[in-house]
Design a protein. Sequence first.
Length: 577
Amino acid sequence: MKANEILRVLEQYQNSSYKKILIDGPWGIGKTKYIDDFIANHPNSCYVSLFGKKNVETIHQEIYFRLLENAPREKIKKLVSMVRGKTNSVDLSISGLSLSIPLIQNTLNTINKELKERDTFVIVFDDLERKHDDLDIKEVFGLVDSLSKLDKIKIVLVAATDHINDEDNNNYMNFREKAIDRIYSITDFADEAPKAILGNDVWMVVEKIAANFPFKNLRTYEKLHHFINEVTQSLGGDDVFNDKFSREDVYRMCFSTVIFNVEHKGEMLLINTSDDRKDATTKAMYEGVSSGKTAYLSNYILKYSPLTNTMCSLIFPLIDEWFVTGSYKEEEITTLITTINNYQEKPSSFYSSEDQIVAMINNTRSYILELQGDEKIVDIIANLTTALSWCEILQIDFGIDIEKIIELIHSNILYEVNTMDGLNSWYPPADSENVRKIISRIIQVSNNEYLKKQVLDVKLVFESRRFEKYGILNALQDALMANRDEATQREVAETIQNNNFFFPVPAGILNKEHWNWCHLIKGIIQRIETQWQIKGYYKKFELFAYSLHVNGEERLIKHRLNTLFGKGNEDRTEISH
């Protein structure tokens, strides 16, 4: 039975001979939603959650309170005047009035008196499986049986019986025939439920994909709905999306990510490896490479609904990381989107005349010569890709050589290095050999400038003695190890040496951050000598460290340096001299 049929069941139940029914269905299938709809339209009903309930008396009291919520205001005032001054009371607010309701000993009789003036009253007990362990399920069945004997009460139990604990489940199986007149099993959510949760625009995109995944939990769709809203709102307005990178692409990537991480628990379940050796090999291949997860999400989950542009798969791992960790790399995602939107797989203007193509080349040349310094590198590359590709096809000289182009866009490289948290090391593939050379040089120059920026950032932190920010040294080390330009390496090594190796004298009262900084700098200097092959660099650093002094603390400093450098007593005299 589908969840929306609960409304029909409850409507018919009011006039049926049944007194106690159970609506059973898995979590997230939509039971509570349709029960809420019924109660909202039927004042002769109330809802009581058994979640966390420890004893029957608290359930009695809540039923009575729910009855009062539907009572006329004048009757509530009369009740207040009757019970005022009695002891053993509990405070609550009903219908805007502040009441003190006594803890009535015989609530069953009180409830029966209250219902004599009403028509048949339906009490819905939800969350049977979530009751407190102190409340035995036999006690719940006993309460249901007692209430059902009152003239005008009908009881609806709602549960996900597959989540009832083992001890209660034994009692449930033994007593359900006596305790329950009729059981209705909800096996599917309502057809309209996913569309109602996601909205028509999203559902139109993911409906066909979703048909391949017969999961039962509507909460998955709710998580998808919230995640799509989070991503689209964070990316910005409609100007972000076009026919190359569309909202539909975001919907598909979010859907695939949520299905994989929520429904499949991060497991590649769609590759069946039980008996088939080929499948086992396939799974190992997907799990064995960094891009394997993205490939799996595309090939196995989105196979019937591919992305608009295959380059969108570059954003896929960032979307997945966003969902898993809750954080996202805004600058990286924005740069990739711009790259996708500007990328031309083949030279544009294929149907243009030669004069029009030559005019485009001339416009691109003027664009490069008149750069303002804040244009995005991906936009510059996109323009150059088209122009230089046509230059090669038509055998036209672009008029600006590669090194001059790098010189002209150097300000743009600096701008991106100084405004981005990291480096963009990926650019679209290019058929033009000249474009590939330009991209290679851009990456090289970007790495050089990024390293210099890291050195400057460390210098500022070092001079301000903010040693608690020692994490900045990790960024410097990563930039050092990634750099392959010998001229930049020599320049940076000299800058570090001229700034006292960024090594603070370990004198006075040391804190953990100061000492961590000393260790990290030592490791960086070692790597500079080893990986950049600058002989004697580490020895210069060591001699400099031992030359540091603070009057009256020379012995303390020397002891700490010996600890840092792993020196024994036999080495101290030699180093100090």
